[in-house]
Design a protein around this ligand. Structure first.
Ligand SMILES: NC(=O)c1ccc[n+]([C@@H]2O[C@H](COP(=O)([O-])OP(=O)(O)OC[C@H]3O[C@@H](n4cnc5c(N)ncnc54)[C@H](OP(=O)(O)O)[C@@H]3O)[C@@H](O)[C@H]2O)c1
Length: 216
């Protein structure tokens, strides 16, 4: 499977690590070629351990993966669609955002009866399908894919079952535990959970190294 990650920040590095560990082809699409080059060479070592994995770089306007992960702030998603929207028809778009109001760190910026995922679904380029995933996993924990011996859970929401299954398969081959959280509107709960997990870091002194895990 070819996966494109848009962005070269913390989550691009974390998800990119897992995607390559799962033996997939990874394309890093960035508005900043030197940063994409730097992250690609960082991830090259992981790709070299598996002959079926590869890592390449692209401009944001040239995304070509079957699954496209938007590893950018919520506020930047509209810009990304403007840059590459014509390339996204037929592709599965993965929204990982937590739309936190960082000025107050006390609320989300989305309307109370909506979510970033639902807002993004409303501006989706024609033919693209949206899935919510990875917003409850911290970037640093994705490097190993586990915390304290527990495999990370990746909660997945979406209205297209086939797209959710493909994202779940990607998550599973990447060494993580996929959990179907239901329709796209469950993103409201997922994003509040992601925000709560962030606010708990100071209380726990966890340094963004904790994980949300469902045990049963
Ligand atoms: N960090 C976490 O642990 C975590 C956990 C769960 C979810 N998330 C979510 O994951 C997303 C990424 O977080 P992050 O921590 O990886 O952020 P980050 O390290 O700040 O990286 C953000 C990336 O987005 C790119 N970007 C920003 N504005 C852009 C635009 N207008 N067009 C194209 N690219 C743009 C940046 O590119 P430049 O380098 O060129 O500026 C950078 O590569 C956010 O939505 C966040 O809510 C993060």
């Amino acid at each position: 499977m070819k996966v494109t990650i848009v962005g070269t920040g913390n989550m691009a590095g974390g998800i990119g690590t897992r995607v390559l560990a799962g033996g997939n082809d990874l394309e890093l699409a960035s508005r900043n070629p030197p940063k994409a080059r730097a992250l690609a060479s960082e991830l090259e070592d992981i790709a070299q351990k598996d002959p079926s994995a590869s890592v390449t770089k692209a401009d944001v306007a040239d995304v070509s993966g079957d699954i496209v992960v938007l590893a950018v702030p919520y506020e930047a998603v509209a810009d990304v669609f403007e840059e590459c929207g014509d390339k996204l028809s037929g592709k599965i778009i993965v929204d990982i955002t937590n739309p936190v109001d960082f000025a107050s760190f006390d609320r989300l910026v989305t309307p109370s009866d909506s979510s970033a995922a639902e807002e993004i679904a409303n501006m989706l380029p024609p033919g693209a399908i949206l899935v919510k995933a990875f917003n409850t996993t911290f970037a640093g924990t994705l490097a190993s894919g586990e915390v304290d011996g527990h495999q990370l859970d990746v909660l997945i929401a979406g209205d297209d079952d086939h797209a959710k299954q493909l994202v779940a398969a990607l998550v599973e081959t990447s060494g993580l535990q996929p959990i179907d959280a239901g329709p796209l509107r469950r993103s409201q709960q997922l994003e509040h959970l992601g925000f709560l997990h962030m606010t708990l870091q100071e209380t726990l002194g966890a340094g963004f190294g904790s994980a949300v895990k469902i045990l049963w």
